[in-house]
Design a protein around this ligand. Sequence first.
Ligand SMILES: CC(C)(COP(=O)(O)OP(=O)(O)OC[C@H]1O[C@@H](n2cnc3c(N)ncnc32)[C@H](O)[C@@H]1OP(=O)(O)O)[C@@H](O)C(=O)NCCC(=O)NCCS
Length: 239
Amino acid sequence: MPSLIPVTVSIWPISVSAGRLESLHTILDSAERSRIEKMRTDSARELIVSHGVARERLGALCGIPPEAVVFRTEARGKPHLEGISAPVAFNLSHSGGYCALATGAVARLGVDIEALRPAIDDLATNVFSERELGLYAAIVPGDRTRAFFRSWVAKEAYLKATGDGLAGGLQSLETEPTADVAIRPIGIGGDAGVLRSWRFEGFDVSEGIVGAVAVDAGGAAIDIRIRRIDPELPARADP
Ligand SMILES: CC(C)(COP(=O)(O)OP(=O)(O)OC[C@H]1O[C@@H](n2cnc3c(N)ncnc32)[C@H](O)[C@@H]1OP(=O)(O)O)[C@@H](O)C(=O)NCCC(=O)NCCS
């Protein structure tokens, strides 16, 4: 039987001790440092902790020190690793004081987390297709915010996996909006058959933050693990 390809989503809070923040800052490269110089304190902290911990985990996976990890970006901003022999795909998201890093030896990988915000009915008309809007309208009002963001993170995770980002169009992946954690994809670009190659998994970061991971493993069997990590501790070399 072919073995399952592991895909891991690691989740951690931005909040770390002053000493840890300083040591994570030392492993960033000059491009990351110059981004930080132009940021407000809270955004700078978010970038240091998200990129610092991501560097540690990616370095551990590739068997190199965190400061030796080299990021290159595609035309629409999707970062990938350069100069490594291991087939490691990754994607990063941060929102509401948390980070999520998806890693795995797959063709395409995207992750998105979002803090729930109220008053999204107007936004829904821009985000959902006609079919999704019909399903969304049938959801009880008290569940709509969560249902909206569950769909939103699935759509963004897909657009981040392809690397197109928002330019790829939020209506390209259609899902059945639901307040449940399980993602129910309907089709991509109106085609349900394309979904065979993809896996989508929803998860909760906290009561007020939802997330999703999208994986194109070419139809291969994958094992998606969602786990919480302590950002104070350096990464172990695990899958
Ligand atoms: C990518 C995008 C969907 C991010 O959405 P978001 O919810 O605001 O942000 P998230 O926290 O989930 O993700 C940000 C991370 O995604 C990654 N990322 C950036 N662009 C990406 C893309 N096109 N595809 C996949 N991942 C991307 C980066 O790691 C980024 O982290 P960083 O800013 O700390 O370096 C959105 O910003 C977008 O569409 N950007 C593309 C803009 C574009 O087309 N630019 C043209 C190039 S000039």
